[in-house]
Write a protein that binds this ligand. Structure first.
Ligand code: AMP
Length: 210
C-alpha cells in the first residue's frame, strides 16, 4: 500500500506519517528529512540544496526524483511507502503517477492562521531530527530532546519570512494537486485542527477500509 500525506506546514504530516507507518508496516518517506540528511552528510546533493531549503524554496524536482526512486528500491519499502512532503508540485505528481501505484491521498486540512501559529511554536532536535511543539507536543524537559538531551532549535525555514514563502508555494503549487487525487477518487480530507490523537484516529479509520 502506498499513501500520500499532504497538507500545509504545521499540519502534522510528520507526526501522523509515523503513526500510519507503525500501524501498517509502511516506510515513512519524508522528502524534507531525506534532503536534510544529505545536508548533514555534506554530500553533493546536500551542497546543492542547502541554501534553497534555508530560504524556504523548493529544490529542483529531478533531485527529489532521484532520491525517491533510490529509496523505493530498498528493502524497508517492501510493504509500501507513506510519502510525506512529496509530491509538492505538478511535475512531481506526474512522476509519482508514472512510477508508483497510490492507494490513498490524505489531505491534512488546516487554516493559514493555525499553520503559522503551529510553526512559530515548533522546535526540532538538530541531532536526531525529532520534532516538538512548545504548546502541543512538549518535550519532557523544557528546551531539550527527550531521546538524546540535545538543545532544541528553530529550523531556519521555520522563521517568519521563510514560512510565508513556504505557505505561498503550498497554496500555488501543492494544493492544486489535490484536484488530481480527487479525479482519481483517492482523496480523503481530514480536519487537522483537532488534537493529534483524534487526527490519528480519523486517518486510521479511513485507511483500515482500504
Ligand atoms: P519539510 O520538512 O517537508 O517541511 O521540507 C523542508 C524543505 O525541504 C522544503 O521547504 C523544501 O525546501 C525541501 N523539500 C521537501 N520536499 C520537497 C519536494 N517534494 N520538492 C522540493 N523541495 C522539497
Amino acid at each position: 500500500m502506498n499513501i500520500v500525506l499532504f497538507g500545509p506546514q504545521g499540519s502534522g504530516k510528520g507526526t501522523q506519517a509515523e503513526v500510519i507507518a507503525k500501524e501498517f508496516g509502511l516506510y515513512h518517506f519524508s522528502m524534507g528529512d531525506a534532503l536534510r540528511s544529505e545536508i548533514k552528510a555534506k554530500s553533493e546533493i546536500g551542497k546543492k540544496v542547502e541554501k534553497i531549503m534555508a530560504k524556504g524554496g523548493l529544490v529542483p524536482s529531478q533531485i527529489t526524483f532521484d532520491i525517491a526512486l533510490k529509496k523505493s528500491k530498498s528493502k524497508e519499502c517492501s510493504k509500501g511507502i507513506i510519502f510525506d512532503g512529496f509530491p509538492r508540485n505538478d511535475e512531481q505528481f506526474q512522476f509519482l503517477k508514472k512510477n508508483f501505484k497510490i492507494d490513498a491521498a490524505i489531505e491534512l486540512e488546516l487554516s493559514k492562521e493555525e499553520s503559522i501559529n503551529r510553526i512559530a511554536s515548533r522546535r526540532v532536535c538538530p541531532k536526531c531530527g525529532k520534532n516538538y511543539n512548545i504548546i502541543y507536543l512538549k518535550p519532557k524537559k523544557d528546551g531539550y530532546c527527550d531521546d538524546d538531551s540535545t538543545k532544541l532549535i528553530t529550523r531556519d525555514d521555520d522563521k517568519p519570512l521563510e514560512v510565508k514563502k513556504r505557505l505561498e508555494i503550498y497554496k500555488s503549487q501543492t494544493e492544486p494537486i489535490k484536484m488530481e487525487f480527487k479525479k482519481s477518487k483517492i482523496l480523503r480530507v481530514i480536519d487537522a485542527s483537532k488534537p493529534i490523537p483524534e487526527v490519528s484516529k480519523d486517518i486510521l479509520k479511513i485507511l483500515k477500509k482500504i
